[in-house]
Write a protein that binds this ligand. Structure first.
Ligand SMILES: [Zn+2]
Length: 335
């Protein structure tokens, strides 16, 4: 759990306690009024997005192999358009990061901005943050599948610093950049990190168990967010899944897509998802950090839980140790 999420988690417990004490009926919370007619399409729809391109080496492949496998797996699964969010500042002079980014675009996937250097807004001024965005835009604009979308590094839109967030939002609007909100987050980056650490330590990795943990974690996260979205928006909306450009994605994305479809999901393009009016959130938040349904839920004072339990990193790591490394870690509260 990030420090900010820890604070929010504790605050959430207090909020639940207060709401129970006041006997607040969650049913009394008014759904959001949508100023725009509701989309015709219904049902569980989800777009796949991959952040931090180009990421460094994982546990299984060279970065070039990862890209080849990821593109092939998406194609073989019939996913014609995923979105890849780039940090061009991470393309080293001798790395193949630029070629990999170009390969995703050539395969029909859309490319968008995740900032030049992946620095967190918390660590810099709004002005410096926008300058970092401009550097990435200069690199990305004009590419065949470029989209004018910006995704905040660490999903941090300034946390509780409303002034800073407003300054960045005004800057994005001036640049005609849309916030590329995430609705589904299962901390896949941490499963990748655990896998790399286990490999480096020479621990045997149970490959089918790793696949199952990754797939199950992400499918459950999608269902969690679908339910939370219905609570905050009063309707179903397309979901946007946050994944990262990892070796585990290259290895198991086909399994994840199959499992999502079996669970009733239709994979849609990021274009379709972001056309939904739910994603046009320019207003103020008490705290803008994490997923969109989570931020809306905090704003509406909904009783928790407001974020998916496997984003609690110590809990996720216990699950990884027990299921993938077969290390007994004692009782795990919830699975
Ligand atoms: Zn990122």
């Amino acid at each position: 759990m990030t420090p900010l999420r820890q604070i929010m988690f504790v605050a959430g417990l207090v909020m639940v306690a207060l709401s129970l004490a006041a006997a607040v009926d969650p049913g009394e919370v008014a759904p959001a009024a949508s100023p725009v007619a509701q989309p015709v399409a219904v049902g569980k729809r989800i777009a796949l997005t991959f952040d931090d391109v180009p990421r460094g080496p994982g546990a299984f492949y060279t970065p070039a192999e990862r890209t080849t496998r990821l593109i092939a797996a998406l194609r073989d699964s019939g996913v014609t358009q995923a979105a890849f969010f780039a940090n061009p500042g991470r393309i080293g002079r001798r790395s193949d990061g630029a070629a990999r980014l170009a390969a995703y675009a050539a395969a029909g996937h859309v490319i968008a901005d995740h900032s030049w250097s992946h620095r967190d807004l918390r660590s810099m001024s709004a002005h410096a943050f926008l300058t970092d965005i401009d550097k990435a835009e200069a690199f990305l604009k004009g590419r065949s599948t470029y989209r004018p979308w910006f995704r905040f590094p660490g999903l941090n839109q300034g946390g509780r610093d409303g002034m800073k967030r407003r300054a960045v939002l005004d800057g994005l609007a001036a640049r005609r950049l849309q916030i590329a909100w995430v609705t589904v987050d299962g901390s896949d980056w941490n499963i990748e990190g655990q896998t790399i650490a286990a490999k480096r330590a020479g621990k045997p990795i149970d490959d089918p168990a790793l696949r199952d943990l990754y797939v199950e974690t992400m499918v459950r996260s999608a269902d969690f967010s679908d339910a939370l979205t219905r609570r905050v928006a009063g309707r179903q909306a397309p979901q946007v899944m946050l994944l990262h450009e990892t070796d585990i994605a290259a290895r198991y994305i086909g399994d994840l897509i199959t499992a999502l479809r079996r669970d009733g999901w239709t994979i849609v393009t990021a274009d379709e998802a972001y056309a939904d009016p739910l994603f046009d959130q320019q207003g103020d938040f008490d705290s803008a950090n994490g997923t969109l349904p989570e931020a809306l839920a905090w704003q509406r004072r909904l009783p928790g839980p407001l974020y998916y339990e496997r984003n609690d990193i110590p809990r996720a790591n216990r699950l990884f140790a027990e299921r993938v490394l077969h290390v007994p870690t004692g009782a795990i509260a919830a699975r």
